[in-house]
Design a protein around this ligand. Structure first.
Ligand code: FA5
Length: 348
């Protein structure tokens, strides 16, 4: 019996010296493992009488239970101490310090995009989403720009090794949207959709050209859609965005996916039309090319060009944000400068 109390005292002494879980496990194995000191006591009972074996065995088992319980308690104690150490190492917060009330803000392009979306939604247009990585067919062939067509030169972009590309214009979604809604035309439901998106071009940057910028495409297809409808929607959109009359001009423009095609330019709001680097000293900024959808594009989208006509436009959203917020250099938008970008607030 002395052996048992000696072992218990020894175990307790060693336990108090343990400072981490690894050493604790070693101690557990030393005493409670198969070859541990407590287990060994049971093995050495051969010399005892049956009666002695009974009481001695019971005492050893009691010690075994006690040691196991103490090991569990020690695990808890060590874990708690570890958490306390971590908390103490954390930076201290002064809960009495005044609150930091600085708020994040939406990016100015997001603000104009949302504004345009709500204007077009109120006129019955749906807002469509489309991937940034597209195929050559979607970006070019489906919109009447076959391989080797010179119009491809104006829209060089970034190609993936699998032949896909980063879309150079939102027109890349035209075909899919014509196919998505085309069947409803027979039931008298016109296609009225806008599809904003990020576009990419492999070109030199300057005050009004970025290699990554946003456009918002729009399309309307129905019976008897004409240029007058196109002009109405363009005018409504611009007067809503700017909340005042802005000077625009329409001139002929060539895009293989429209016929006739137009360039819609806006009088530069940075210099008031006098000429500045933002408008390349012309007083005008190309903002929203548009036109009547080419019959080949309608046909490729599964729509009979004899029965239906439509218009499409490709609004330069980033340039619209430049004009609306009078940002002189388009590159500021992607600069990541929080100081510059936080001036804009959600004015919806
Ligand atoms: C197009 O991308 C045609 N897909 C637009 C279109 C759609 C025409 C439907 C007819 C019918 P363009 O390359 O001109 O066209 O670009 C359209 C607008 O996007 C430009 O007027 C301009 O506002 C903006 N844009 C074009 N390139 C850049 C650029 N590098 N940086 C910033 N904005 C750009």
């Amino acid at each position: 019996m002395d052996k048992i109390s000696e072992l218990r005292a020894e175990f307790e002494k060693k336990l108090t010296q343990i400072a981490d879980l690894v050493d604790l496990d070693k101690l557990r194995v030393d005493y409670l493992g198969k070859k541990g000191s407590i287990t060994a006591l049971l093995k050495n009972m051969k010399a005892l009488s049956n009666e002695e074996k009974k009481t001695f065995g019971a005492e050893v088992n009691k010690l075994k239970g006690y040691a196991a319980k103490r090991v569990d308690e020690k695990i808890e104690e060590l874990r708690k101490a570890e958490v306390e150490r971590e908390i103490a190492a954390m930076p201290q917060f002064d809960i009495t310090a005044p609150a930091n009330t600085a708020r994040g803000s939406y990016h100015p392009i997001t603000l104009v995009q949302r504004q345009c979306e709500s204007i077009f939604k109120s006129m019955g247009f749906t807002v469509e989403d489309y991937p940034e990585i597209v195929t050559d067919y979607e970006c070019f062939e489906a919109v009447n720009i076959p391989k080797h067509h010179p119009a491809r030169d104006m829209q060089d972009t970034y190609y993936l090794t699998n032949g896909q590309l980063l879309k150079s214009h939102t027109s890349a979604a035209q075909n899919a949207i014509l196919k998505k809604y085309g069947s409803r035309l027979q039931n008298g439901v016109p296609i009225k959709a806008i599809f904003p998106g990020r576009c990419f071009r492999n070109e030199a940057t300057d005050a009004n050209h970025e290699n990554t910028f946003f456009q918002m495409e729009g399309m309307m297809v129905d019976k008897d859609i004409s240029i007058s409808n196109l002009i109405f929607f363009m005018k409504t959109m611009l007067s809503e965005v700017f909340q005042r009359d802005v000077k625009v001009r329409l001139r002929p423009g060539f895009f293989p996916f429209v016929e006739p095609g137009f360039e819609l330019d806006i009088n530069c709001l940075i210099c008031g039309g006098e000429g500045c680097p933002s408008c390349k000293h012309s007083g005008w900024l190309e903002l929203c090319p548009c036109g009547m959808i080419h019959p080949n594009v309608l046909r490729e989208g599964g729509i009979d060009p004899e029965a239906y006509t439509g218009f499409a436009f490709g609004l330069g959203l980033t340039r619209l944000a430049m004009m609306k917020y009078k940002v002189k250099d388009i590159r500021d938008f992607n600069s990541g400068s929080l100081k510059a970008l936080s001036q804009f607030t959600d004015d919806e």
